[in-house]
Design a protein around this ligand. Structure first.
Ligand SMILES: C[S@@+](CC[C@H](N)C(=O)[O-])C[C@H]1O[C@@H](n2cnc3c(N)ncnc32)[C@H](O)[C@@H]1O
Length: 228
């Protein structure tokens, strides 16, 4: 499978069966046990990012790019906390759901700003660029290009998460739970932390804070790196 295929498949998946599945997982309605476990793990990752940013005491007015924003799980609370958020996603459906949620929760319809966009075409410049649980859809060489592009848009900081290769066996065993049935065609890629740190360093960033969220069906390594 080549890189274009990966991107096309991911986009189609998150505009169809993936949209239905992940909208439920990221929502608050009833879900099955596996989905509940993934929801819990993902919420932990989001909470960790929010706690890091709030601890810095400079969130109000901070420009943040949420690349691959999904249904707005991070963008919406960031906007609520006063950050100026630019949120984008390759899936029109995910962006539509994020917009809908934001309109129900937030008073200001202008923040976050939402766009349907491949993260590799993001052209603005932001204090902080965040990319959560997106790299799992791409092989390492493609993830390298994506991370480099995101770094070029980050003035000071980049925060990203990925499924670490050390958990390969356990994760691969559970891939069927991530992408059941026909959508199994969507591959899940694991990344070596050393490779991620290396590409961050190549772009002038070094790791400051790190965290690991691990539940039965959800594994996510989170790194915050700042420009040196
Ligand atoms: C597992 S979801 C994570 C969503 C969100 N970051 C979160 O943590 O709640 C992955 C998201 O990445 C998006 N995505 C995948 N490839 C992308 C790309 N090349 N550019 C932008 N978004 C992408 C998908 O459409 C999907 O919404």
């Amino acid at each position: 499978m080549n890189v274009t295929d990966d991107k096309t498949i991911v986009k189609e998946y998150f505009n169809s069966t993936g949209f239905d599945r992940w909208r439920r997982i990221y929502g608050d309605g009833e879900v099955n046990k596996v989905q509940l476990d993934i929801r819990t793990g993902h919420q932990q990752t989001v909470e960790t990012v929010l706690s890091w940013l709030k601890a810095d005491n400079n969130l109000a007015g901070l420009s943040i790019c949420d690349a691959g924003c999904g249904t707005g799980s991070l963008s919406i609370p960031l906007a609520e906390a006063g950050a100026k958020v630019y949120a984008s996603d390759i899936s029109e459906k995910m962006v539509g759901e994020a917009k809908e949620k934001a309109s129900q929760i937030l008073a200001n319809a202008e923040n976050p700003t939402f766009a349907v966009q491949d993260l590799e075409t993001i052209s603005g410049s932001y204090h902080t660029v965040i990319c959560l649980d997106v790299l799992i859809h791409y092989p390492q060489h493609k993830a390298d290009e994506m991370i480099s592009h995101l770094c070029s848009s980050a003035q000071s900081r980049i925060i990203l998460s990925f499924a670490p290769k050390t958990f390969a066996l356990s994760l691969l065993k559970k891939i069927g739970s991530f992408f059941p049935g026909a959508s199994k065609a969507t591959r899940a890629y694991l990344h070596r932390e050393a490779d991620v740190v290396k590409i961050l360093a190549k772009n002038g960033f070094s790791v400051q804070r790190q965290s690991m969220t691990r539940t039965r069906f959800y594994f996510s390594r989170l790194l915050e790196a700042t420009r040196q």
